[in-house]
Design a protein around this ligand. Structure first.
Ligand SMILES: Cc1ncc(C[n+]2csc(CCOP(=O)(O)OP(=O)(O)O)c2C)c(N)n1
Length: 312
């Protein structure tokens, strides 16, 4: 079962769990979802992975693929020798609900028809802060999970560094996860603006790739002007990492010019200066320990705060 829907409410995930348990189906969320209600005390639905090989592996055993509020899963690029559809050729495709239909109602009714019993949520685990100073996706995810403000709205345009964040943060304090839903980058900082204006009592945590941030960087000025409660974690790897990876995946052999076009390092972008220039408080973290301290501090602020995370 692949669950989409806009939004994916916690109750929908609960019903999908009930159906999965009653039928023996495996449950995954679609790779891109506009909004998912999740966190501690809710069922931690994993997402179909973005990477073509991981996605195909996740669906390799499927005999029947049931689409619930989502389109059939396809590869993001035309990879030579790999299929466009991610599910096995000999599997059957079924549609429980199309994206424009009432997905929650379809799930609730199917769960009832199946007399599917309720399933307890997993016991909340205590999220622990990283013990080592090294910056890795895991250590940063640990800090984010341990220190996520209750009721936060996460805006995820973390692209390649944050690939595992969604699954890693399933046990964080209850939060909503908003995400880039297509391939057109640059929505993160403005989406954070919208989320903050729509829900003024909640902290926004924007997980933001640096290349994507450059498309709509002026949104930081709006964060400052409107004094919005947004913590932006600026993932500064000074390159278009995803495109370097996808170039390899499509079998290209990039030369110097192509490689240079994937670099944001010359000149290096100074995010602290940019943020401060827009009126947003900012600081740079070069270790996981510094990040942990800054993330806690940023979330206590009543206004916006940019943490430039120096990553490779
Ligand atoms: C509007 C738009 N322009 C260009 C692209 C091509 N593109 C896809 S990902 C990407 C770079 C993303 O870089 P960054 O946010 O730094 O994340 P990273 O790849 O380093 O993880 C670009 C330029 C796009 N998808 N959308």
């Amino acid at each position: 079962m692949i669950l989409g829907g806009s939004p994916i409410r916690a109750a929908m995930i609960t019903d999908a769990y009930r159906i999965a348990a009653a039928t023996g189906a495996k449950l995954l969320a679609a790779p891109f979802n506009a909004r998912v209600e999740r966190g501690r005390g809710r069922h931690p639905i994993p997402r179909l992975p973005y990477g073509i090989d991981q996605a195909m592996a996740a669906l390799a055993d499927a005999r029947h693929v049931v689409l619930i509020g989502t389109a059939p899963p396809v590869a993001p690029f035309a990879y030579p020798g790999k299929p466009g559809y991610l599910f096995p050729k000999d599997s059957s495709l079924h549609v429980l609900a199309r994206p424009e239909q009432d997905v929650g109602d379809a799930l609730a009714r199917l769960a009832d028809v199946l007399s599917a019993p309720n399933i307890d949520c997993p016991k909340p685990q205590t999220a622990e802060l990283p013990t080592r100073g090294e910056i890795t996706p895991q250590s940063i995810a640990q800090s984010l999970a341990a220190l996520m403000p209750e009721g936060a709205i996460v805006v995820d345009e973390s692209v390649s560094f944050g690939r595992t964040f969604f699954n890693d943060l399933a046990g964080a304090a209850p939060h909503d996860w908003l995400q880039i839903t297509g391939a057109s980058i640059g929505c993160g900082l403005p989406m954070a603006t919208g989320a903050a204006l729509a829900a003024p009592d909640r902290r926004i945590v924007a997980l933001q790739g640096d290349g994507s941030a450059m498309y709509t960087v002026q949104a930081l000025w709006t964060h400052a002007r409107e004094r919005l409660p947004i913590t932006t974690v600026l993932l500064s790897n000074r390159r278009y990492a995803i495109l370097l990876n996808e170039l390899t995946n499509v079998g290209a052999n990039p030369g110097r010019v192509a490689l240079d076009m994937m670099s944001l390092g010359d000149p290096a972008i100074g995010w602290v200066k940019i943020a401060e220039g827009m009126g947003v408080e900012a600081a740079r973290a070069t270790t996981a320990t510094e990040f942990t301290d800054l993330f806690a501090r940023a979330n206590k602020s009543t206004g916006p705060f940019v943490i430039e995370l120096a990553i490779e």
